[in-house]
Write a protein of this length. Structure first.
Ligand SMILES: [Zn+2]
Length: 374
């Protein structure tokens, strides 16, 4: 008997989040994904927060939520003991005791074009948003050789599995006709041709781009749809930049904005009490580069893109030096820059209510930002 679920499982929520931001896009140092909990646990409700603290765990319990989805992973470095000595240990122990799962969607959400940086750009009203430093070594190409009569079926299967996606386009492929040869040996069960005889077949060379984390899925779909017993195929790793994944973002204003108006907008849009900045730009602001979280590593990219302002957070004193003539660095604080991502995640998760009307997705009301400004 199939169990009728009235609530989604943690795995359903993970699947939805992974479709939004593939885990493979997280940085090496990161620890995104399911940190506490079992995938087959039914979720009574999700509480979304930027950070996880003991208070947020308490809030989840009080609101009947047994999963917290946060941007920042509470467990970042390996934990060796659980004695309640550190804030991280205490928070994890509280979650375990209360049966609350913890899921983090961190740098993988920073690194998709529609993620954290797009959220920031939309708060600033920027147009023509693009990734500032596109990701490299994320793309591959699967090439296979298909009898002409089966070309459509194989191509469809590869598209359905997620192949052929480039930026704002999907179903991208290339095919050219040629002649394939093979000789079936003893033990083979050839689709066409005779055992022991060379066979020539009119085939199409079919090429489909695929993101590297999808190679397995697309290759399996291709092989399943292909009529041959042994499917000749090449998997080529590409150096192309990913059109919609990478670090930071950049956008522009149709109507350039004066610095004081920009500062007002930033403070209102991000709830930032202060903006720490280098000298204001000499003229009106046309182009703004930005990065949620700690962004100083992208300053060279912002300079190269000739942005008027680079908006981010966590700049150290010495990092403000040296570029005053070329760009204005604006530091609005880490939690302020990224805070809006919780609301955004609530909007993404709310779609699960379609299948599970009683499922709750709530925004945390706990202020987790430990930095206060007086
Ligand atoms: Zn952050």
């Amino acid at each position: 008997m199939t169990k009728f679920l009235t609530m989604p499982c943690i795995s359903d929520i993970a699947q939805l989040l992974e479709a939004i931001a593939p885990p493979a896009l997280q940085e090496d140092y990161d620890n995104s994904g399911l940190l506490v909990g079992e995938p087959n646990t039914e979720v009574t409700g999700v509480l979304v927060s930027l950070d996880v603290t003991e208070e947020v765990v308490k809030e989840a319990v009080a609101k009947g939520c047994n999963l917290i989805v946060s941007h920042h992973p509470i467990v970042f470095r390996p934990l060796k003991r659980f004695t309640g000595k550190s804030q991280v240990e205490r928070t994890v122990m509280a979650a375990l005791r209360a049966g609350v799962g913890l899921y983090a969607i961190h740098t993988n959400l920073d690194n998709v074009a529609h993620g954290v940086n797009a959220m920031m750009a939309s708060k600033l009203g920027l147009d023509d948003f693009e990734v500032l430093r596109p990701a490299q070594s994320t793309m591959a190409k699967i090439v296979t050789y298909v009898p002409l009569g089966d070309l459509d079926a194989v191509r469809d299967a590869m598209f359905k599995a997620g192949g052929g996606h480039i930026g704002d386009y999907d179903e991208c492929s290339f095919s050219a006709e040629g002649s394939g040869s093979f000789r079936a040996l003893d033990g083979a069960n050839p689709h066409v041709g005779e055992i022991g005889e060379r066979h020539l077949e009119s085939e199409a060379r079919l090429e489909v781009v695929v993101e590297r984390w999808n190679i397995g899925r697309v290759r399996s779909a291709m092989q399943a749809a292909h009529p041959y017993e042994e499917v000749a195929h090449d998997i080529l790793m590409m150096d192309n930049l990913h059109p919609t994944a990478g670090s930071g973002g950049i956008g522009s204003y149709d109507e350039p904005m004066e610095w004081p108006a920009f500062v007002d907008l930033v403070k209102t849009a991000f709830g930032a009490p202060i903006v720490r900045h280098t000298l204001p730009p000499r003229g009106p602001i046309k182009t703004v580069a930005l990065c949620g979280g700690t962004g100083s590593f992208l300053l060279p990219d912002a300079l190269r893109a000739q942005a008027d302002v680079f908006l981010s957070s966590d700049f150290k004193y010495h990092e403000f030096f040296g570029t005053e003539e070329r760009i204005t660095i604006a530091d609005i604080g880490h939690a302020e820059a990224e805070g809006g991502i919780s609301e955004w995640l609530v909007d993404q998760l709310i779609v699960l209510k379609e299948g599970f009307p009683n499922f709750a997705v709530l925004l945390s009301e706990v202020r987790t930002n430990p930095i206060h400004v007086s």
